[in-house]
Ligand binder design. Sequence first.
Ligand SMILES: Cc1cc2nc3c(=O)[nH]c(=O)nc-3n(C[C@H](O)[C@H](O)[C@H](O)COP(=O)(O)OP(=O)(O)OC[C@H]3O[C@@H](n4cnc5c(N)ncnc54)[C@H](O)[C@@H]3O)c2cc1C
Length: 472
Amino acid sequence: MADTSFDVVVIGSGPGGYVTAIRAAQLGFKTAIVEKAYLGGICNNWGCIPTKALLRSAEIYHYMKHAKDYGLSADNVSFDPKAVIARSRGVVKRLNGGVEYLMNKNKITIIWGEATLDGSGKFTVKKTEAAAPKGALGEGAYTAKHIIVATGARPRVLPGLEPDKKLVWTYFEAMNPDKMPKSLLVVGSGAIGIEFASFYRTMGAEVTVVEVLPQILPVEDAEIAAVARKQFEKQGMKVLANTKVTKLDKKADSVVATIDDGKKPVTLEVDRVISAVGVVGNIEGFGLEKLGVKTDRGCIVIDGYGKTNVPGIYAIGDVAGPPMLAHKAEHEGVICVEAIKGLHPHPMDKLLIPGCTYCHPQIASVGLTEAKAKEAGKDVRVGRFPFVGNGKAIAQGEDQGMVKVIFDKKTGQLLGAHMVGHEVTELIQGFVVAMNLETTEEELFHTIFPHPTISETMKEAVLDAYGRVLNM
Ligand SMILES: Cc1cc2nc3c(=O)[nH]c(=O)nc-3n(C[C@H](O)[C@H](O)[C@H](O)COP(=O)(O)OP(=O)(O)OC[C@H]3O[C@@H](n4cnc5c(N)ncnc54)[C@H](O)[C@@H]3O)c2cc1C
């Protein structure tokens, strides 16, 4: 008979869940992971990875259309939407196999089905539709000393803007459309909304983005968001901030949206709408309420080590609150099991979690924005460097972008770094490491950046903050 008792069980196999399970197994815990739908969670199946595959197709299509700029010719450039989507789904399949391999390699038991918490250390699993991986356990009653909830999140639904899967999409349908829309309204300009807006615009759709707040990409530094907005508008995207979508009237194959900027409501007819107004944690229906696990605004309340208010129950990832990002979920999970093991890890420091948006141009940031630093009472020094001053960016035909850094004037500590431009999502990690090491301006002055690279804009921005910029 299969063993049904474990030291650690993780509920949900998203990036948070499966990484947590691996670290638990590495630490010598007898570990199981429960999954009801797809290995790899939202990130691998409907989030981070398939969007990046779509955006890569869009990027190559963009370059092909601009071949002349590089002295090349590519005539009659076109695309096959089905093939673009098939490539993205193929990437997903490959990664599902990767997660299964990692579970087996680390001797983690996969339990296939939907978990419900029954009481201290006890849970049951019931069968779901999704096909189980080979060798997975299934329906039944199980026990575990430590239960880590990593059930993720789902799209937020606003009244009047309810998705219907056909005309009004969430990220699920936007990732796998039945046909390419000619016109599209994206409600919400966070990372998810902007990535889809960027993909569909590059592929030729007329795209309107509506954001209720005064700034698009609301969590980003205002100056960076303004540069990004200008680039989006140059590409033909319509961007409306400080504006609400108040009503969606569905026709047979289109939607008439009422859009209100507070002055005069107007209507806009589009083929499809993407509702990208945020996500909410999956906290209902699997026993949290019965156990008395504390929640707040749709998420489980935890301390810096993933502990909930109920002994033996932990939570990590999207279900444990913002920022709802895969790397935050992974790190939170590692901290959680290391603390269970008694290893004294550092608690999660949310200021050190980078954020990336993979639109064209890309956006990346870590730490405080200029506004937040000032709100926190800091006296700041700000440095900026535009991509037009960087040889590699010009050589690559990608001279639109900038890096902005915020230092504490008194101590020289790097408080935040913000970027917009080509491949900045690959660059930000330099500043993340620097901030993690509590770097000051002096150490960055002494750091040698390779030439020619776009990373030199990072050094120049630092120099600019201290009146020492070289190439501008
Ligand atoms: C379109 C889109 C693009 C994104 N792009 C990025 C990006 O570029 N970078 C980034 O960092 N983040 C991105 N994200 C966010 C990222 O996907 C999430 O932060 C991440 O998936 C959270 O991981 P998780 O492990 O907490 O949960 P999830 O990945 O949501 O996984 C939770 C898992 O739990 C399972 N589950 C739920 N309830 C039960 C139950 N009762 N029993 C068994 N199983 C259960 C679910 O089936 C699911 O597989 C994106 C999200 C979307 C939607």
